[in-house]
Design a protein around this ligand. Sequence first.
Ligand code: ZN
Length: 344
Amino acid sequence: MKSVYINNHGPRNVLTYGELPENTPKSTEVKVKIHSCSLNRLDIFTRMGIKGINLNLTKPHILGGDFAGEIIEVGQKVTDKKIGDRVVINPGLICLKCENCIQGFTELCSNSGRIGLTTNGGYAEFGIVPSINTYHIPRSISFSEASTLPTVFLTAWTMLTRKSQLKDTETVLIVSGSSGVGAAAIQIAKNVIGAKVITTTSTKEKALKAKALGADYVILNNENLNQKINEITNNQGVNVIIDHLGQKTWENAFKFLAKGGRFCICGVTSGHKGEIHLGQIFANNQSIMGTFMGRHKDLEKIIQLSANKQIGNIIDSEFPLQRIKDAHKLMENRNFFGKIVISI
Ligand SMILES: [Zn+2]
């Protein structure tokens, strides 16, 4: 099958387009004819072997966690899926046997993994995944659109609803609204929750796109963030911060977090270290909430919201599988808004 794989960590030229053998699904797995796979920054980190990611796998390794396609083969014990089903993959691997899984807290699975990271992913014609990782998609959602849903929307959903429990009377600051998770968070915060949404970005063009998604206020990176937030919130600060940059945001974040505020972190793109004034945290009843992906079944809700057109339509550009290096280059150069998709 046509695939893009890596044999070593490194720059874009380790991405190799070529033929790999096809496999057969085990009893609880399905084989998917992949139509679309969306990129995440995690793909870059996995390729580069940075941020603590080092492959310890049977190589060659196929990247890509967010993909959608049609089921073409099912394992002997699979009863809830059939050949021809249109599905999107939840890349979160769970065991359903550990104490957390049994209680339904699959996001805390003790034996978790991730498709495209700990197993082969979606930069290929075919993928083999556990049946429980596939979710039906209606015909109204294209494969490209479906491939953008799992990672960024699950993460944004978890931060905004399950963790911070943002309310429609509150204000949220979404750092870097042009990122996949930023764009997803703008839509959920505005179209689903109805909160006041502030976001940041680098250019006026991206600011227009963020407003079109639902942002009430867009602050450019060259503007005084602290002053702008004080103006918008009448010096009260924001109730929730959604951030994936890490170190860069952390330096000032608590200056504009309101009393009772919740700081949600889901990435460390700009660095992973930060100092904190612990006294300010308890004196102001603030919370710090870490999020990686989300509860498995929440993807059903996200698919429903996409079918209702409340979220989605955040595709920046699509590339054929052969042009994977160009797609990675675009993501590394940060000159995009939303999601980059690979068509297969
Ligand atoms: Zn588990």
